[in-house]
Structures are given as structure tokens and as C-alpha cells.
Design a protein around this ligand. Structure first.
Ligand code: FE
Length: 213
């Protein structure tokens, strides 16, 4: 039996209306239980999502022992924080951005993605354009995301059902005084795919001030 890419049976996240219509049909035909479906969707939309990955990165930025464990066995270290691997997180590898290297993740075949730490993949991640250009023109693709990595080498990691990747962005300069929780707020979903960079400490401060008003 081939296990490769069997996760395509997973529920699509968009467009919402089609999902709703499909759900109704399946429930009417007695094929699925509506409550079980709601729980599944809730799990992937809210309880499992990029905030989990952000917590992992913030912990690794602040705790050298955790960071070591994360590079040795990512799935296990992620589970330490209470995020079980699930169907798309059993074989995980964390790839680290450095002053010389920028990492970016794609699934050239389809849409393999580390659900346990990032939730459901964004629409563009599954697009043919992203999947092709991540390989043929990663620098140009990054510039469309508004990311300029200067002269850094760009490494593109091709996900599969055998291995999924999580990018560890560089800890932003000026974030030295932030707590682990505050650091997690800097870590965006895209920065963990490699199509974005973390927020600066200054931007977080502005956003926090605005929210308090
Ligand atoms: Fe895939």
C-alpha cells in the first residue's frame, strides 16, 4: 500500500462555501457526523495553527537545551510543548536561518505541510505557481512576498509525506529584553515557511500600543 500523499483525503480549507455545501450533503446522506466534523475543523483552524510553531521557535530562541533537542528530534521536541505530531508531523526537521542562509519550504508535488505546528496550509502554498517558482526562481518569488534576503544563499526544502520542514527564523535584533511569550508574537506563519521574516520588536511594540488604545 502506498502511503505517499494519502493526506489528500484531508478536508480542504477553502472555499468555505463549497465546504459547507459538501458538509451538508455528507451529513444528509448520513456519511459523517456533523459534530465530529465541526470538531475536526475547529482543531485545525484554532487549536492547531501557526501559534504552535511560534511557541516552538520562541522556546528554541530562549532555551539552548530545548533548541538542541529540537534539532536532534524535532517531532519529539515539539510534542514536549504539548503539540502531538498528528498525521502530518511525524517526520519533522527544523531548518535554521543564519546570517548566510535563508531557508524556504515548498511541496513541489502537492501541499505537504507541517500541520502540527502551522495548521492548514495557505492557499498560495498549494498553487502551481508557488510550487514551480520556489524551485525555478526562489529569489524572485521571495521579492513578491516583499522579502529581500540580500546576498544570502537560499535553500529550498521540498516537503513530502516522508519529511516536513519548519523554518527557524533568525531572532530579530532588538528583541533581547522580550520574554518568551513576547518573542512568540514576533514569529509569523510565513516566517516559518520562509516566505516571510519575523516581525521586528519595534513593530510588535507599535501593535501592542495600538491594541491597548
Ligand atoms: Fe504533498
Amino acid at each position: 500500500m502506498s502511503e505517499e500523499h494519502d493526506h489528500h483525503n484531508a478536508p480542504p480549507s477553502e472555499p468555505a462555501q463549497r465546504v459547507k455545501a459538501l458538509e451538508q450533503l455528507l451529513v444528509e446522506k448520513g456519511l459523517v457526523n456533523s459534530q465530529a466534523l465541526d470538531e475536526l475543523i475547529d482543531t485545525y483552524e484554532r487549536r492547531i495553527g501557526p501559534r504552535n510553531g511560534a511557541r516552538v521557535i520562541a522556546r528554541a530562541w530562549t532555551d539552548p537545551e530545548y533548541r538542541k533537542r529540537l534539532f536532534e528530534n524535532a517531532a519529539k521536541a515539539i510534542e514536549e510543548l504539548g503539540f502531538p505530531p498528528g498525521p502530518q508531523g511525524e517526520h519533522m526537521m527544523v531548518v535554521e536561518n543564519t546570517p548566510r542562509t535563508h531557508n524556504m519550504v515548498v511541496c513541489t508535488l502537492c501541499s505537504c505541510y507541517p500541520w502540527s505546528v502551522l495548521g492548514l496550509p495557505p492557499v498560495w502554498y498549494k498553487s502551481t505557481a508557488y510550487r514551480a517558482r520556489a524551485v525555478s526562481d526562489p529569489r524572485g518569488l521571495l521579492s513578491e512576498f516583499g522579502v529581500d534576503v540580500g546576498g544570502k544563499e537560499i535553500r529550498v526544502w521540498d516537503s513530502s509525506s516522508e519529511m516536513r520542514y519548519l523554518v527557524m527564523p533568525e531572532r530579530p535584533a532588538g528583541s533581547e529584553s522580550l520574554s518568551e511569550d513576547e518573542l512568540a508574537e514576533l514569529v509569523t506563519r510565513d516566517s516559518m515557511i520562509g516566505t516571510g521574516l519575523p516581525k521586528s520588536a519595534a513593530r510588535r511594540a507599535r501593535e501592542t500600543n495600538r491594541a491597548a488604545k
